[in-house]
Design a protein around this ligand. Structure first.
Ligand code: AGP
Length: 610
C-alpha cells in the first residue's frame, strides 16, 4: 500500500513530508516523490527506490515552500519507474493517490479523445487531468474541481491535491482507502496512516468514504462528494509511534491477519463481472488462447504458497476439467520434471523472489510452457519471467509468517479457475456467477470470524505447553490443515503435523492419546460425514479435539472439547475462512510464549537461496 503525507503551515514542508513518509516505510514502496508550492509555482522531485534516493535528490534540488504533498508508491498500475512515481502533475494540479481507479481505461481514452497526452501508465495521472479540466471548465476552487473530478471516478482512492494558483490550500479526499487529517501547531497535515502525522500531533480526524477536506494553515473544512458541509469528530491518539506502525496491534502478523478482508476485496476488485458470471482475463494475466490451448496446468510454489496452490489445483480440476499438477518448487527444480509447450505453469509466490520457485519456472520456460505468476510484489523476479502476472493486492506483508497473502492467493487462484472454466466451456455463467458472488461475500464473513478472536485466544492458552499437535482435514480442508500446522510450527516452535484425515488409519492414529491436541477441520462441506467419522475415532482414543465447525452444527458438542465456529459459506470459498482461526491460534500460542512472532528464529521473509 502506498503512503501519503501532506503539510501546510509555517515551516519548510519538504523535510516534514519526507519524515512523515519515512514513518510509513513499513508499508513498503518502490519509489517516492514530493510536490512543494513555493508561493509562485509547484516544484516536483521524484526518485526510484528508497527514501534516501529522494533525500539525495532534494539535496541537489532543495525545495523551499511551506505547502506540499508527498508519496511512497507500492506499484499496482504501471511498473515501478520514475515517470510512474507520484506526484503526478497536469495543468498546474499535483496529485498523490492511494488505491485503484477501476474505470481508469475508460477515463484515459476519454481524455485522450480531448487531446490529452499522458506521461505515465498510472491511473493517478488521470485524476490530475480531470481536476485540471474541471478548473479550465470554470470550477472556482480546488475542492470544487476535485469534487467534480471524483464524481467521474469509480474505485478506491485516498488523494492529496495541490494547485499552483492557490498556494494556501491542500485538498484531501477519501473513498475506500484510509486518510487522516492532523491538527498541528498553526499547521494542518494529512496522511494515509496515523504514523505519518503522529510526530506533529495527536489530534486527528479520520475522513470517511466520500469526504473531501480543504486544509489551510490551522483550518480544516470537510464536505461530501455532493458538496454538503459535514463535521467529523476530532480524536486524540495516545499510541506510541511503534504501536502506530502496527495500527495499534501488538505485532504485524496480527495486523495482517485483520487486513485479510481488505486484501481479498482489493485482489478481486475490478476483476469480476458478476452480471455475466465471468472474470476479466486481461486483469488476471490470462488470454482465451492460453486458457483453451493448455492441455494441463502445473502449479509450483513453496511453503504457504504451496498450500494455496494445492487448493487452487482442486478448484482448477473441478471447474475447468483440465488435469492440474502441484509440486514444491525445490522438487520441480531438482528432478527431471517433464514439461510440454502446451503446459500452463502457475507460479505462486508472495515475494516473487523465491529461489526454488524461480528454478522451477526456468525449467518449465525452457521447455516452452507458458507461465502465469501470482505474486504480491509488482515487477519482482517471477512476474518478470512470466507471460502473464496476476498481482494479489494485499499490500506489503511484514510478518514472516504469511497470512493475508495466503488468502489473497486463494482469491486469485479461484479467479483463475473460474476464468479457465468459462473459456473451456466447462463452467456455466450461472455457476460462475454464484462462485464469484460468494467470493465477494468473503470479506464480510471474515470480519465476522475475526470478531470471535477472544475465544480462539482462550483455546490457544491451553496449547502453549503442547509438544506436538496434529491437524486433520479432507478435500479443500486438507491443505488448510497443512497450513495450520506450518503456522504453528514456524512461530511457536511447537512440532505440528498436517495430515489428510482419510490417512489417519494408515498410521497417525497411533499417535492419539489424551496428551495430543488434534485440530480437525470439519465444516459442513462434501467431506463432512467422513471427517466426522475421523473426529469420533480421535475422541474414542481420548485425543483432545479442537474442531473447526459450521455454526449450528449441534453434533459437534458431543465430540469436540473446543469448537471454533465458521459461518455458513459456499464450499469453494470456505478455505479462505477456515484458515483464519488457525492463523489466530498459532499467533496467540506464540505470543503467549513471548516469542518473536514477526521474526521467528531461523526464518527469512523471502528465501532467495537454495
Ligand atoms: C510462510 O508462512 C512462510 N514464511 C514460507 O513458507 C513462505 O510461504 C515460502 O517461503 C514461500 O514464499 P513466497 O510465497 O514468497 O514464494
Amino acid at each position: 500500500m502506498c503512503g501519503i503525507v501532506g503539510y501546510i503551515g509555517s515551516e519548510t514542508a519538504a523535510p516534514i513530508i519526507v519524515d512523515g513518509l519515512r514513518k510509513l516505510e513499513y508499508r513498503g514502496y518502490d519509489s517516492a516523490g514530493v510536490a512543494i508550492h513555493d508561493g509562485g509555482k509547484i516544484e516536483v522531485v521524484r526518485a526510484m527506490g528508497k527514501l534516501r534516493a529522494l533525500d539525495e535528490a532534494l539535496t541537489h534540488k532543495p525545495l523551499e515552500g511551506t505547502v506540499g504533498i508527498g508519496h511512497t508508491r507500492w506499484a499496482t498500475h504501471g511498473r515501478p519507474s520514475e515517470e510512474n512515481a507520484h506526484p503526478h502533475v497536469a495543468g498546474g494540479v499535483a496529485v498523490v493517490h492511494n488505491g485503484i481507479i477501476e474505470n481508469h481505461t475508460t477515463l484515459r481514452h476519454e481524455l485522450q479523445q480531448k487531446g490529452v497526452t499522458f506521461s505515465s501508465d498510472t491511473d493517478t495521472e488521470i485524476v490530475a487531468h480531470l481536476i485540471a479540466h474541471a478548473l479550465e471548465d470554470g470550477a472556482k476552487t480546488l475542492i470544487e474541481a476535485t469534487r467534480t473530478a471524483l464524481q467521474r471516478v469509480e474505485g478506491a482512492y485516498a488523494l492529496a491535491v495541490l494547485w499552483d494558483e492557490h498556494p494556501d490550500k491542500i485538498v484531501a479526499a477519501r473513498h475506500g482507502s484510509p486518510l487522516v487529517v492532523g491538527f498541528g501547531e498553526e499547521a494542518m497535515l494529512c496522511g494515509s496512516d496515523i504514523p505519518a502525522v503522529l510526530s506533529h500531533t495527536r489530534d486527528m480526524i479520520f475522513l470517511e468514504d466520500g469526504d473531501l477536506a480543504e486544509l489551510s494553515p490551522g483550518k480544516c473544512s470537510i464536505q461530501t462528494l455532493k458538496g454538503n458541509p459535514v463535521e467529523r469528530p476530532k480524536k486524540r491518539i495516545d499510541w506510541s509511534p511503534v504501536m502506530a506502525e502496527k495500527g495499534g496491534y501488538k505485532h504485524f502478523m496480527l495486523k495482517e491477519i485483520h487486513e485479510q478482508p481488505d486484501a481479498i476485496a482489493q485482489t478481486v476488485l475490478a476483476r469480476v463481472d458478476l452480471e455475466h458470471g465471468d472474470v476479466f482475463g486481461e486483469e488476471i494475466g490470462l488470454t482465451p488462447e492460453l486458457a483453451t490451448g493448455c492441455r494441463r496446468v502445473y502449479i509450483v510454489a513453496c511453503g504457504t504458497s504451496h498450500h494455496a496452490g494445492q487448493i487452487g489445483r482442486y478448484w482448477i480440476e473441478e471447474l475447468a476439467k483440465v488435469p492440474c499438477f502441484i509440486e514444491l518448487g525445490s522438487e520441480t527444480a531438482n528432478r527431471d520434471t517433464v514439461f510440454f509447450e502446451d503446459d500452463l505453469l502457475i507460479a505462486v509466490s508472495q515475494s516473487g523472489e523465491t529461489f526454488d520457485t524461480i528454478g522451477a519456472v526456468k525449467k518449465a520456460k525452457a521447455a516452452g510452457a507458458k507461465i502465469l505468476a501470482i505474486s504480491n510484489v509488482m515487477d519482482s523476479a517471477i512476474p518478470r519471467m512470466s507471460h502473464g502476472s496476476l498481482y494479489t493486492r494485499a499490500g506489503p506483508e511484514i510478518g514472516v509468517a504469511s497470512t493475508k497473502c495466503f488468502t489473497a492467493q486463494l482469491a486469485a487462484l479461484l479467479l483463475v479457475a473460474v476464468y479457465l472454466g468459462r473459456r473451456r466451456d466447462t463452467l456455466t455463467a450461472e455457476h460462475a456467477g454464484e462462485i464469484l458472488q460468494a467470493l465477494t461475500e468473503v470479506p464480510a464473513q471474515m470480519n465476522e470470524l475475526l470478531d470471535d478472536r477472544d475465544y480462539v485466544r482462550s483455546v490457544a492458552m491451553q496449547m502453549t505447553h503442547a509438544t506436538d499437535v496434529l491437524f486433520l482435514g479432507r478435500g479443500y480442508s486438507f491443505p488448510i490443515a497443512l497450513e495450520g500446522a506450518l503456522k504453528l510450527k514456524e512461530i511457536s516452535y511447537i512440532h505440528a503435523e498436517g495430515y489428510a484425515a482419510g490417512e489417519m488409519k494408515h498410521g497417525p492414529i497411533a499417535l492419539i492419546d489424551e496428551g495430543l491436541p488434534v485440530v480437525i477441520l470439519c465444516p459442513k462441506d462434501d467431506s463432512y460425514d467422513k471427517t466426522l467419522g475421523n473426529l469420533n475415532e480421535v475422541r474414542a482414543r481420548d485425543g483432545q479435539v479442537i474442531a473447526i465447525a459450521t455454526k449450528g452444527d449441534e453434533a459437534m458438542h458431543d465430540v469436540a472439547h473446543h469448537i471454533l465456529w465458521m459461518p455458513e459459506a459456499h464450499p469453494l470459498t470456505l478455505p479462505m475462512l477456515t484458515v483464519v482461526p488457525l492463523q489466530l491460534l498459532s499467533y496467540y500460542v506464540a505470543s503467549k510464549k513471548g516469542l518473536d512472532v514477526d521474526q521467528p528464529r531461523n526464518l527469512a521473509k523471502t528465501v532467495t537461496v537454495e
